[in-house]
Design a protein around this ligand. Sequence first.
Ligand SMILES: [Zn+2]
Ligand SMILES: [Zn+2]
Length: 324
Amino acid sequence: MDPSATDRPMIPNPPAKDGQLSFLWLPPHRVQGFSVAGEQTVVHVPELEVAFDVGFCPRVLVPCPSIALSHAHMDHIGGLPYWFSQRYFQKLPPGKVHCHHAIAQPLLNMMKGWVDLERQQTPHEVIGMEDGQEVLLKPNIWLRAIEVRHTVPALGFVVIERRNKLKPEFVDLPADALREAKARGESITRQIDIPLVAYTGDTEMGPYLLRDEFRQAQTVVTECTFFDPEHRGRAATGMHLHVEDIRELLQAWSARDVVVVHLSRRTMLSYARKRLDEVGGEGRAHILMDHRATRARYERQVNEDREATEARDGSDGAEEPSTT
Ligand SMILES: [Zn+2]
Ligand SMILES: [Zn+2]
């Protein structure tokens, strides 16, 4: 017998695939990212040019100009200096991080630490926010901070579209009448805020999650770290949401889609799904990291779109093929 055959080490398995981003198409927004409690959370909405948290920095995040940072636990902030640095490396304008005002200075101190380590300056912008404060993300699109309660200073966020609409009494008037009213100094428009996407960050249940911005947001991205009925105490200690809180929130929020993030690695997806359905999330609550479900959902959307296109082209194009 060849001794080398038994001496040869067993071939090990390759390391587990890590950090694969998940993707949800919630028209008109994409919600993409990765989120496991205590490990990493990053939730990117490309159409709004913002990402909520930056537990690590996947390549798709580098062009994103703003981060709304919920709090400074490592699983939410780990990729921040790298993101600043990659933007600099790719000759993009300095990244902006929007954060709780209480951690703005510590963040600046951290970036100062990197200067000593790397012997170079990495451009960065740190914007501390108070409860209710807003910053402009892109034309007509505002980021509003909402103070929440966690074991450290923490913010939730709502992205709001701000439109100016004619006041009802002016809607049916001809253009010259409007011009005259304006000339008289009357304000003919009113401001309308449309909450698009809300993000809870890590938080315990509280009245701030029932504010109008959260109630009216079209999509809410919410943490839910505990699902077991016996884990309410643990949720309270860590100041996290429990699936029983989600029951109440699902009733309060009018969102068409609720994206559930920050599940613990110990929670079986099938169990989380069952519990979410029990608290009223069926058809509406999506678990970001349920890759199988999100992929199946996307394939369904692609097929529906193809069928709709075929049906349209079938009726329009059948008689006279388009020449353009
Ligand atoms: Zn966390
Ligand atoms: Zn946390």
